[in-house]
Each structure stands twice: as C-alpha cells, then as structure tokens.
Design a protein around this ligand. Structure first.
Ligand code: G
Ligand code: G
Ligand code: MN
Ligand code: NA
Length: 261
C-alpha cells in the first residue's frame, strides 16, 4: 500500500481521529481537582481504526512526525476552546488537562515551540491545561534538544511528563536537569506487577525516585483491579489503562465535559 499518500492525505484532509484516555487519581484525598486525559492518535483505514504502532514508524521514516504532532496540538487546543464555548458563561474548563505525546522529530524541531506558543495564544488556552509527554528514550538520545524544548514549554506554563520511564534506566542523574511534573512508569513493568516480584520492585523504585524528586507518578497499562490495588498501596499517584477507562473519541470527551459543567 502507498503509505506516503495515505498519511499525507490523512493530514491534509483531517482524516486522523483523536481519542482521549483518562488518567485517574488513585488516592481520594489527592489530585481530585482536575481531570486529565492522554490524547491518542488513530487512523481510519478500510472500516477499521489503525493504532499508532502500525503507522507512526512509517510516518517517522517519511519525516511526517512534526506535521502530525502539530496537527494533534491544534486539534486538542481547538477542542479545549470548544469546551469553553460550550459553557454558557464562556468560562475555561480549567479542571481539564490534556496530555499530548511529542515525537523525537518534534523535540528536534526548532519551530515546535513557536507553534505551541502561537496556538495557545490563538485559542486563548491556559497553558497549564496542556501537558506534553516525551518518552525517556527520546529525551536521552536527544538530550540537548529535549532539555531546551522542555524548558521553553515549561516557562510557557505547560506541564511535562517523562513517558515510558524505566525502559532505558541508564542513569537517573539527567532527571534533575529536566523541568518535569510527572513520571509515567513504563507499562511493561506495570503489566506484570502482580506476577513478577522484579517488576513490582521496579514500580516501587520508580515511584520512590519520583517522590524524592517531587514528581507525580503515573502507571500505564492497568488492566485489572488487583494491579490497581497494588499501585495504590505502593503510593503511585495516577493510573491509566483499560481497567480505569478505555480511550474515547475526543468529540465524546467534549460532550462529557459539557455534561459535567
Ligand atoms: O495507541 P497505541 O498504544 O497504539 O500507541 C502506541 C504509541 O504511539 C504510544 O505509546 C505513543 O508513544 C505513540 N502515540 C500515540 N498517540 C500519539 C500521538 O498522538 N503522537 C505521537 N507523537 N505519538 C503517539
Ligand atoms: O504513549 P504511550 O506509550 O503512553 O501510549 C499508551 C498506549 O497504550 C495508548 O496508545 C493506548 O492505546 C494503549 N493502552 C492504554 N491502556 C491500555 C491497556 O490497559 N492495555 C493495553 N494493552 N494497551 C493500553
Ligand atoms: Mn504517552
Ligand atoms: Na507510555
């Protein structure tokens, strides 16, 4: 199949679809004041929806990732602006936080930051409602660029997550140099938390590092109640996964937010 044409057409014709998956607080006394969601990309193809794993590597080879990430940023901010219009008094939905993934290409793109700044201004969004996710591997392999863009986004008022944390685990010293709000524990450790003592130790260790560094922790790939209980006991701050909430289309999220106002 002609992936290049498929992906370029999807960008030009707005045919990608965004989903949002809840990232829920694990402790009733903490972090209840806002709701947060990770934005996830899907591509409609032959009556199905493709997951990013099947087309982002191709998009990466075709150098389309900066365009795709910018498309996602614009759509996500547009949705937040729409939420404010849905409110009869026009008040912003400040209790909502959207987590947007950034690719390695975007981290190296000098035009990413000016784009974010301009879009936030254009849509009149509070930057604190936006949180960017950068994976540990991207942050380490492009450290100078990553640090620069993360500092810029942080000074704008956006939050930052270090995603898939623990998968590299080469050195922890760089953590102190990045302006992070959250660590997202790599899902591979979370997935086997109950059955594997080694993975359980990993989750505990990462959470402890997060606590010492004053970072909130998120566990992803939570698929059952037993895992959730263990995470709560360890003290992890937030959980994400099919057990806590499946990804829903962004349009549906907007309706849900409207219904809750
Ligand atoms: O949805 P799925 O589990 O297939 O996503 C696989 C990976 O694709 C995620 O772990 C994430 O790193 C990446 N991904 C998902 N959505 C986005 C997105 O909107 N932008 C970027 N850059 N990466 C994404
Ligand atoms: O960027 P990141 O690696 O965080 O993306 C997370 C991906 O994991 C999403 O694309 C989402 O579709 C997927 N996902 C979310 N919850 C679950 C889950 O409970 N199980 C599995 N297998 N995948 C999940
Ligand atoms: Mn992510
Ligand atoms: Na992740």
């Amino acid at each position: 199949h002609d992936w290049s044409k498929l992906l370029k057409d999807a960008l030009r014709e707005d045919r990608f679809i965004l989903f949002a998956q809840p990232v829920v607080p694990l402790h009733s006394e903490r972090h209840q004041s806002f709701r947060q969601y990770e934005i996830l990309l899907r591509l409609p193809f032959r009556q199905a929806l493709l997951n990013p794993g099947s087309f982002l590597p191709v998009a990466d080879r075709l150098d389309l990732m900066t365009s795709i990430d910018r498309w996602i940023i614009r759509k996500a901010l547009e949705m937040l602006a729409g939420c404010r219009r849905d409110n009869a008094n026009g008040s912003p939905c400040l209790e909502t936080r959207l987590m947007i993934n950034l690719s390695g290409q975007s981290v190296q793109d000098a035009r990413l930051f000016p784009y974010v700044e301009e879009q936030i201004k254009q849509f009149g969004i509070d930057p604190g409602m936006i949180c960017f996710e950068i994976s540990e591997s991207v942050a380490i392999s492009n450290f100078v660029h990553a640090k620069r863009v993360m500092n810029a986004l942080h000074s704008l008022g956006c939050h930052l997550v270090l995603d898939d944390f623990g998968s590299g685990f080469s050195s922890l010293s760089y953590l102190r140099e990045l302006p992070l709000s959250y660590l997202k524990i790599d899902g591979n450790f979370v997935h086997n938390l109950v059955s594997s003592p080694v993975d359980a130790a990993m989750v505990k260790a990462v959470h402890e590092v997060g606590q010492v560094m004053n970072l909130l922790t998120i566990a992803e790939l939570v698929e059952d109640g037993e895992t959730l209980q263990r995470l709560r006991k360890i003290g992890v701050d937030f959980a994400q996964g099919y057990y806590c909430g499946r990804p829903i289309p962004l349009l549906q999220l907007r309706e849900r937010i409207h219904g809750e106002q």
